[in-house]
Write a protein that binds this ligand. Structure first.
Ligand SMILES: C[S@@+](CC[C@H](N)C(=O)[O-])C[C@H]1O[C@@H](n2cnc3c(N)ncnc32)[C@H](O)[C@@H]1O
Length: 244
């Protein structure tokens, strides 16, 4: 498997894992499909062992192919839904990427005590990011930071989560809180990511301006109010971040 054939999205997730911790003893990749993320992390020597899980056999067969010729990597392939194929505390880091936010929430809530037995999660939801953040906060997960990035012109959101509440994380990872309560715009980012975050906000702004333009023509009052609130929140965040 050639690493440069794997999408930038996967490489960028692996990079955030390294920032979180340079080396994980064990990781689990839930909904692994081709197993590309664990493959990258093994070849970078940033993990000891990995458990690749998927609800379908086809993806697990794809993952086995990715690891063909790499018997030196301690990898297990397990069939099953969500965290069910894992034992409690079995992995130091759990990755759930490329699925809808609702499905990710179902996976975590299925056995909350078990979910919280894993110290770290990297979660990359494709949809419903704000509801998922709200679920995480309400259920005692600690959002360390949000990472906003672009691959092949598409915007992605990665939520870096811990299940304990260390007091020094803001200092350790150089974090700043997003100055608003609307979780669509994230909770915290790394200071070095302000420019990338401002690009994400520009994208959101275009989206709400477009909707506003459409609904104004049709005069939907509730939607107009919602768009204006979102746009004013974006403006406040932008102004605050630009003064840092
Ligand atoms: C779009 S792929 C994402 C693959 C990879 N994680 C990534 O980010 O590129 C979604 C994968 O999740 C698997 N999947 C869907 N529901 C699942 C569940 N409840 N538990 C485990 N895997 C699931 C699918 O079979 C599929 O292989």
């Amino acid at each position: 498997m050639q690493k440069n054939k794997i999408s930038n999205r996967i490489h960028l997730i692996a990079k955030q894992a390294k920032i979180l911790k340079p080396y994980f003893l064990s990781i689990a990749d839930i909904g692994t499909d081709h197993g590309y993320l664990p493959y990258i992390m093994h070849s970078d020597d940033s993990i000891g062992s990995s458990i690749l899980c998927d609800i379908n056999n086809g993806p697990l067969e794809n993952a086995k192919k990715t690891f063909e010729g790499h018997d030196q990597y301690p990898v297990e392939f397990r069939l099953g839904s969500g965290l069910e194929p894992l034992e409690p505390k079995e992995s130091e880091l759990v990755v759930i990427a490329g699925m809808g936010g609702g499905l990710i929430q179902d996976i975590l809530i299925n056995d909350l005590e078990k979910s919280k037995s894993y110290p770290y999660f990297l979660i990359q939801p494709m949809t419903e990011q704000d509801q998922l953040r709200s679920f995480l906060i309400d259920n005692g997960f600690n959002i360390l930071w949000d990472h906003f990035f672009i691959d092949a012109k598409k915007h992605y959101e990665l939520i870096v989560v811990s299940t304990n509440f260390d007091t020094d994380v803001e200092y350790k990872y150089d974090l700043i809180s997003i100055p608003c309560n609307d979780l669509e715009f994230g909770k915290r980012i790394r200071k070095s990511q302000v420019d990338a975050y401002l690009e994400f906000l520009e994208n959101k702004k275009s989206k709400y301006e477009y909707i506003l333009n459409q609904v104004t023509k049709n005069n939907y009052n509730e939607k107009v109010t919602k768009c204006n609130t979102k746009l004013s929140t974006i403006l406040t965040i932008e102004q605050t971040l630009k003064t840092l």
